[in-house]
Design a protein around this ligand. Sequence first.
Ligand code: ZN
Length: 97
Amino acid sequence: MGGQLTVRLAPQACPKCARTIDAASLPGPKFDEPIAPMPGDLTVCVYCSAILVYAAGPGAPWRLIDLRDWMALDRVTRAKLTMMAEALKKYRGWTKL
Ligand SMILES: [Zn+2]
């Protein structure tokens, strides 16, 4: 059964909206131990719905997804990311983040 895993990250600014990202939700099994995201992992910024790729670079671990990254994803992953971004847009509408 696929679960949702949330990890705490060293706070970093979103490359698009500059708000702080300090957690990431990754599809996967639940572990008791927090794990670090792997390069190439994806997340969606809760503030601006930007789809971000974990690049593991010093100082700027998250970067905006580009067309090449997007084309490399399978159809299911693309659909999931699009759904997450849409859901977050609605959520922001309710809470006025
Ligand atoms: Zn953002």
